[in-house]
Design a binder for this molecule. Structure first.
Ligand code: MN
Length: 269
C-alpha cells in the first residue's frame, strides 16, 4: 500500500475568483501528485499513513525529505484555505494572537511580511513553539516546521506555482487576498486547540508546579483554569487508583491542594 494523494477539501473552482480553478487543478493534480508519486518511488510504497509521513519528516534527508515535506506541506496548505475563509478569528485564538503579536491586525502584517519576504520558493507559517508561544516564521523550498519541533497552525505556499496563473509575479496581491478572503480560521483554531491540549499533557517540560501555570505568559486565564482542572482530574484519578491498590496516595493529596490554591488565586484575579 502506497501513500495516497489527499483530496482537495473543496472543488477546484471553490476559491475563485481569489484562487482560480486552473491554479488548483495544476497545483493539486500535478504538483502535489508529483510529490506523492516521487515519495512512493523513493520509499517503494513503505509510507502509507500520515503518522509514518510525519515520522519521516523528523529524520529523512535530501531528496526523500524534500518529497515527504512537500507532500505534507501541501495537504496542510489546502486545509489552510476555505471558500468560507477570511474574516477574523475569535475566542481563545484571537486572544492568543493579540497577546503574541499586539493585535490580530499586527499578526496579519507580520505574516504577510514573512510570506512576501521569503526569498525564492518556500512557505510562511504561524506556529506554536514548545513553550506555547505563537510565532510567524518562513521556510525555504520544502522545509517544514515539524522538522524544527514547532507545531504548524497555518501556512501559505509562496512557490510561484501557487499564484502565477492568477497574479503573475505579484506575490503581494496573492498574499493579501489569501489573508482577506480564503484564510481558514476554523482550521487554525482547531490546530491551536490541539496544540494547547498536547502541551497540557506534558506538564514536566512546561510546568514544574501548579504555581507555574499562574504565570505562564502564553496562556489566557481560561486556559490556565483548563490546565489546572485537567491536572486536578488526573491527580484525583491517580489517588483513587492508589487507594484501590492500597499504596497510599498522600503525595497526591498535597498536589491537589496546590492546584486548589492556584485555582482560588485565579478566581480572585
Ligand atoms: Mn505548491
Amino acid at each position: 500500500m502506497s501513500y495516497q494523494l489527499s483530496d482537495l477539501p473543496y472543488a477546484y473552482d471553490a476559491l475563485a475568483p481569489h484562487i482560480g480553478p486552473q491554479t488548483l487543478k495544476i497545483h493539486h493534480g500535478k504538483h502535489h501528485r508529483a510529490y506523492v508519486d516521487r515519495l512512493n518511488e523513493l520509499t517503494e510504497g513503505n509510507i502509507d499513513s500520515d503518522a509514518k509521513l510525519q515520522h519521516l519528516l523528523g529524520k529523512a534527508d535530501g531528496a526523500l525529505f524534500d518529497q515527504a515535506a512537500q507532500v505534507w506541506n501541501h495537504s496542510f496548505y489546502w486545509q489552510s484555505m476555505s471558500p468560507d475563509g477570511g474574516g477574523n478569528p475569535d475566542g481563545e485564538l484571537a486572544k492568543a494572537l493579540a497577546s503574541a503579536f499586539g493585535s490580530v491586525e499586527r499578526f496579519r502584517t507580520e505574516f504577510a511580511e514573512a510570506a512576501k519576504g521569503t526569498f525564492g520558493s518556500g512557505w510562511a507559517w504561524l506556529v506554536q513553539d514548545r513553550d506555547g508561544k505563537l510565532r510567524v516564521i518562513n521556510t525555504s523550498n520544502a522545509d517544514t516546521p515539524i522538522r524544527h519541533d514547532l507545531t504548524p497552525l497555518l501556512t501559505i505556499d509562496v512557490w510561484e506555482h501557487a499564484y502565477y496563473l492568477d497574479y503573475q509575479n505579484d506575490r503581494g496581491a496573492y498574499v493579501e487576498t489569501f489573508l482577506k478572503h480564503v484564510l481558514n480560521w476554523s482550521f487554525v483554531a482547531s490546530n491551536f486547540t490541539t496544540a494547547f491540549r498536547d502541551m497540557m499533557r506534558r506538564p514536566g517540560e512546561i510546568f514544574e508546579a501548579p504555581g507555574d501555570v499562574l504565570d505562564h505568559p502564553a496562556l489566557s486565564k481560561t486556559q490556565r483554569i483548563e490546565v489546572l482542572q485537567q491536572w486536578r482530574y488526573d491527580a484525583v484519578q491517580l489517588q483513587v487508583a492508589a487507594q484501590e491498590n492500597m499504596t497510599g496516595g498522600e503525595q497526591g493529596a498535597g498536589f491537589i491542594e496546590k492546584i486548589d490554591q492556584a485555582l482560588t488565586q485565579l478566581d480572585r484575579n
